[in-house]
Design a protein around this ligand. Structure first.
Ligand code: FE2
Length: 170
């Protein structure tokens, strides 16, 4: 592998990560307003939306420092995971569960993307990129962990709300 190959992979990876984070915003933002029965999930999602906006700013900074013209490559992130997560937008009764699963899958996709991107960043010796991308990776790991840890709680809350609804108590 020569340095041109590594650099090409790195630049492409930065653009893909940018598109991935834009997609993350489009998946999370519509969910927040429909989570009034799940305030903890709503506030964690709101927090991660803010984090994701910061991640996009970091990616912009890395792309600027590598001399990449952001507009030169169109954002084209279309993965099976992204499509599955977007499909969760349909309003169904168990929407909160489906979205929780899709969000968890998406965060893990992001973790994998940053692990690969960081490998390329280290290969080309972009120390600024490594520092900023590690911050993105850490936030994705925190979010993925939070979602996994709160899945039982969200599931129980959903069951409780359904049971109360069916017995006419709410
Ligand atoms: Fe994320």
């Amino acid at each position: 592998m020569n340095d041109d190959a590594a650099r090409e992979l790195y630049i492409t990876g930065l653009h893909n990560a940018h598109a991935m984070e834009e997609q993350a915003l489009s998946i999370m933002k519509p969910q927040v307003d429909r989570l009034e029965e799940y305030p903890q999930m709503a506030s964690r999602l709101q927090q991660h939306i803010a984090e994701t906006e910061g991640q996009i700013r970091r990616l912009d900074e890395v792309m600027r420092s590598t001399g990449t013209d952001e507009s030169a490559v169109k954002d084209t992130f279309l993965s099976a995971v992204g499509t599955a997560a977007a499909a969760g937008h349909a309003v169904t009764s168990d929407e909160v569960i489906k979205n929780a699963l899709a969000n968890h899958a998406f965060e893990n996709y992001e973790i994998a993307a940053y692990i690969s991107l960081l490998t390329a960043a280290r290969h080309v010796g972009d120390t600024t990129g490594v520092r900023l991308l590690e911050q993105n990776l850490e936030e994705e790991r925190d979010m993925a962990g939070w979602l996994a840890n709160h899945l039982p709680e969200v599931t129980e809350a959903y069951i409780g709300l359904r049971a109360a609804g069916e017995s006419g108590k709410r």
